[in-house]
Design a protein around this ligand. Structure first.
Ligand SMILES: NC(=O)c1ccc[n+]([C@@H]2O[C@H](COP(=O)([O-])OP(=O)(O)OC[C@H]3O[C@@H](n4cnc5c(N)ncnc54)[C@H](OP(=O)(O)O)[C@@H]3O)[C@@H](O)[C@H]2O)c1
Length: 331
């Protein structure tokens, strides 16, 4: 297999570091590799492939010879820098929300819409972490029973807010004053019904992302989605309570079988043994874990699920690297 030049932009952040770790774990065929971040990180080193690499500053001319370029930085610097990476001949796989809803940018979860990878024009967007873990188990159920409506409440790890969010929880838990307050309230021993900025309609941008991205990835605008996103003092991953209304009748055992066979899904559902997905047990795993599978008797064809996944892995780094693997494998 040929080797591919790789750039990681945002290499010092939680997602960028996880991308480096997962590239090594999965033995991605890396040729030259470079690591980019802001001027704050000049002097920082990254160990990769048995060598120590300096972090370079993310500038317009940092992409010479680019192959696959993973972006894991904020939306504004991403919007500014991605066109330079594409002009230099790179294919960008972007973790930010900057390009996700652009019509000519595929938004990809390989288990769900792998075919869209090959429609890229230099940019492929990695979806929002909460959306990725929801659509992996829901797509095969949609194919069988046709989902008409989803009500989801998320319980999102502080790692979803980057390094500063994780540090705030660690420092508050150690009863230190946080150096940087990432959240508008204490997060230790608390829950904030607030992820990303509020929009004028009373929903947050995170909730809007879950609605819009689900329709785009599932390629079905008719699915109605209602989301409430919360931040919880947890490190290992995001959890979601998901309630679904199907068009068609279903058998609960068949649903379990479909989920057991679904790529990327692990069913953990044995209430008698207290077996169900949790962020502590999902941490550092690539799967999407599904449990508490039960009928909702209050609506026609209703199903409730509990879904957990490590947001830094399947919700970000692993999904991005799976896209790159499929890209180089070809159609
Ligand atoms: N965390 C998650 O679970 C998750 C999941 C899916 C998607 N995402 C998205 O992935 C991206 C990165 O998230 P994260 O959690 O890794 O955040 P993070 O820990 O705060 O890391 C941000 C990274 O971006 C770099 N950066 C910031 N401003 C920059 C600038 N002006 N120029 C160059 N580099 C700059 C930082 O470099 P310095 O260290 O030099 O500041 C750092 O490497 C965000 O768009 C986020 O929305 C995150």
């Amino acid at each position: 297999m040929g080797l591919h030049n790789v750039t990681v932009a945002g290499a010092t952040g939680l997602v960028g570091r996880k991308i480096c770790q997962v590239l090594e774990e999965r033995k991605f065929p890396v040729g030259e590799i470079s690591f980019l971040a802001s001027e704050r990180s000049v002097g920082t080193k990254v160990s990769f492939g048995g060598k120590v690499h300096p972090v370079q500053v993310l500038t317009a001319d940092a992409f010479r010879g680019a192959g696959i370029v993973f972006f894991a930085a904020g939306s504004s610097v991403t919007t500014e820098m991605v066109p330079h990476a594409v002009r230099a001949g790179g294919v960008v796989i972007d973790n930010s929300s900057a390009y996700r809803m652009k019509e000519d940018v595929p938004l990809v979860v390989p288990e769900v819409n792998r075919h869209m990878i090959f429609h890229h024009k230099g940019i492929i967007a990695n979806p929002n972490c909460s959306t990725i873990q929801m659509v992996v188990p829901l797509k095969p159920l949609h194919d069988h029973y046709s989902i008409s409506r989803i009500v989801v409440t998320t319980f999102q790890s502080v790692t979803g807010a980057g390094y500063a969010g994780m540090r705030q929880l660690e420092q508050e838990s150690a009863r230190e004053n946080p150096a940087v307050a990432k959240f508008p309230h204490p997060i230790a021993l608390n829950i904030l019904p607030h992820v990303d900025l509020f929009a004028d309609d009373g929903y947050t941008r995170e909730e809007h992302k879950m609605v819009r991205e689900t329709k785009k990835i599932m390629e079905d605008d008719s699915i109605r989605v209602q989301a409430t996103c919360t931040r919880v003092p947890v490190l290992g991953g995001h959890s979601e309570s998901v309630n679904i209304a199907f068009e068609k009748e279903f058998d609960l055992d068949d649903v379990r079988g479909i989920l057991r066979d679904a790529p990327g899904v692990v069913v953990q559902d044995d209430p008698a043994a207290s077996l169900y997905p949790m962020p502590l047990s999902a941490r550092e795993k690539d799967a999407v874990f599904v449990g508490r599978i039960r009928r909702d008797e209050t609506i026609a064809n209703g199903l409730s699920l509990w879904i957990v996944s490590d947001n830094l892995r399947k919700g970000a780094a692993t999904n991005a690297i799976q896209i790159a693997e499929e890209l180089i494998k070809g159609r």
